[in-house]
Design a protein around this ligand. Structure first.
Ligand code: TEU
Length: 553
């Protein structure tokens, strides 16, 4: 089980309102008690923080806001003492524009010019003399053209913000610099990497226009699936991980728009590329035609079908990661659960369903206590560059501000980034200073301290669930079969091996739900309950609102 720490928001040790590395070290007992095997730490490197550290200006130094290299060494040692491993975030599709490599590359005569994608513009037929258009029609994931013009007139490519220029992986010196930086971290004791948007590193020759209009992220269509990715990942394996034959590492590649077929290629152990990918299909099922900021009510059938499709596709070769939450997603409980009457039940149901799939589960900080979206109301409350860009673009299109703000409140990434709720005291025990993002008022009753002692809490449920993944072989290696795919409220599936058959049932509704007839469900009443999310266990009979049950048949 991997736990994601978003350092800005986890624990602040020095009262500046921003979480830091000593803060994480001081909270390791919480993670150990939860049963965490590895921590994925979002970026802590030197950064101007336009994208909260996903814009790196020095890969081999810790940003002073988070602490020092000594603090990180101490964190690694404290984690290893507790049997936990540390996986760092590796953001190498792009750097910050303040990285010395990029600064050097601004000079056309500098050898580092080829480390980034510098291109002349295209003549602009409608512009004045010398006027140019960007080199192609690619659009940034954060909206607007993916090209920024420099003072000299040339353009550089940025798949994300203008302050996040894309590195040119086609340049061998770039790859060697990255591999050497990775080895430097492994030498410090780091146990692996979560690789940010790693399937964007190989760009098609000539950077051709994307078909269709310049919609946000249209270049993905051109970049995702580029076969060069596999060459680079194989080279990385040889040049980095294979240099440490006596150690084992965890590697997870975040891959936008990845298909199950590509994921099999990347995660097939025989091909030795990566252990897992983070795919996006299931967290996009409620996006409307206009994408993320056009959220639609969830049709449970789509979510079930998406997870099942990946379970089946990676059953023989490859391995799935399992997640509903991370620092880029609104809180799953606010999105797909019930945050009022059935808050506890829906938080535990979502956890139970996810963790009983086959794959490696990821828990995002605060998820283990059922943290919810923040009631954002005004644009000034947001800190995320993506939110700012979306607001700017939507306002320019003339959309009414209440509409934009209403949508942003549902979908913004800042929902996941409000401070961790440790207790019911001032600022939820996160900081003694002014937190960089507001603390949710519900910390008064929704916090770690209150849940630690309560055997029926969300936190206690997560602990039981995580322990089961280590004791029940059928959860690790059993086959997966989705049942009742067309049911709109029931999520049911079977995990099975030669010895056991485990039936998993979840009622995604506020109403009581009868168990369908059908062969798959026979034996349920006499079965042995492995885990349920109602304090009295799983009484036979209909499922209660948001009830989760896993039963050995
Ligand atoms: O995310 C990739 C990414 O594209 C996300 O930004 C996602 O599309 C978006 O959140 C949907 O709204 C990674 C990081 O996880 C993210 O935090 C960074 O902003 C991004 O890369 C750039 O490094």
């Amino acid at each position: 089980m991997v736990y994601q720490v978003y350092p800005r928001s986890f624990a602040d040790s020095d009262g500046d309102g921003i979480g830091d590395i000593p803060g994480i070290t001081s909270r390791l007992d919480h993670l150990a008690a939860l049963g965490v095997d590895a921590v994925w730490l979002s970026p802590v490197y030197v950064s101007p923080h336009v994208d909260n550290g996903y814009d790196i200006a020095d890969y081999q130094a810790i940003d002073p806001v988070f602490g020092t290299l000594e603090d990180l060494d101490a964190l690694i040692a404290a984690m290893h003492e507790r049997g936990m491993r540390l996986v760092m975030d590796l953001v190498v599709n792009h750097t910050s524009d303040e990285h010395p490599w990029f600064v050097a590359s601004r000079d056309p005569a500098n050898p580092k010019r080829s480390w980034y994608f510098w291109r002349p513009g295209r003549p602009d037929p409608d512009g004045g003399p010398g006027a140019t258009l960007p080199p192609n029609n690619w659009s940034s994931v954060f909206l607007g053209s993916a090209w920024e013009q420099d003072a000299g007139g040339s353009y550089y490519l940025h798949s994300f913000a203008a302050k996040q220029p894309d590195l040119n992986w086609g340049e061998p010196a770039v790859r060697e610099a990255i591999y050497s930086m990775m080895r430097w971290w492994l030498d410090r004791g780091v146990d692996g990497f979560r690789m940010d948007v790693i399937n964007l590193i190989s760009k098609p020759e000539g950077l051709p226009d994307a078909p269709g209009g310049p919609t946000a992220g249209n270049q993905l269509e051109m970049v995702v699936g580029d076969p060069g990715l596999h060459t680079y990942l194989a080279e990385m394996r040889r040049e980095v991980f294979d240099r440490y034959p006596d150690r084992t590492f965890l590697t997870v590649g975040e891959m936008l728009a990845v298909t199950p077929e590509q994921a099999v290629l990347v995660t097939d152990p025989e091909r030795r590329e990566l252990d897992m990918v983070f795919q996006f299909e299931h967290v996009d099922v409620d996006h409307g035609q206009l994408g993320k900021y056009d959220p639609q009510p969830l049709d449970l059938r789509d979510l079930k079908a998406s997870l099942a499709r990946w379970q089946v596709a990676l059953a023989e070769r490859g391995w799935n990661s399992l997640y509903f939450n991370n620092h880029d997603q609104p809180r799953a409980i606010s999105r797909w659960g019930d945050t009022s009457q059935y808050w506890r039940e829906s938080a535990t149901l979502l956890a139970g369903v996810l963790h009983m799939h086959r794959g490696t589960p990821f828990v995002y900080q605060g998820e283990e206590i059922g943290m919810t979206n923040y009631p954002f109301a005004r644009i000034e409350e947001y800190r995320d560059i993506e939110a700012a860009r979306a607001y700017e673009v939507a306002t320019a299109l003339g959309l009414p501000s209440e509409l934009i703000l209403g949508t942003m409140a549902k979908m913004s990434r800042d929902n996941a980034r409000t401070p961790m709720q440790w207790d019911g005291e001032a600022h939820a025990g996160f900081t003694t200073g002014q937190p960089w993002l507001p603390v949710h008022l519900n910390h008064l009753w929704l916090n770690v301290a209150d849940q630690v002692e309560d055997a029926d809490s969300v936190l206690s449920f997560y602990k039981r669930l995580i322990a089961l993944r280590k004791s029940e072989d059928v959860l690790t290696t059993g086959t997966f079969t989705l049942l009742e795919p067309d049911h709109k409220q029931l999520w049911a599936f079977l995990r099975a091996d030669e010895r056991d058959r485990l039936l998993v049932l979840a009622n995604f509704s506020d109403d009581e739900l009868g168990i369908p007839d059908g062969d798959a469900f026979t034996g349920l009443d006499g079965g042995r309950l492995l885990l349920g999310n109602y304090p009295d266990g799983g009484a036979p009979g209909p499922l209660r609102p948001w009830e989760f049950r896993a039963v050995y048949l």
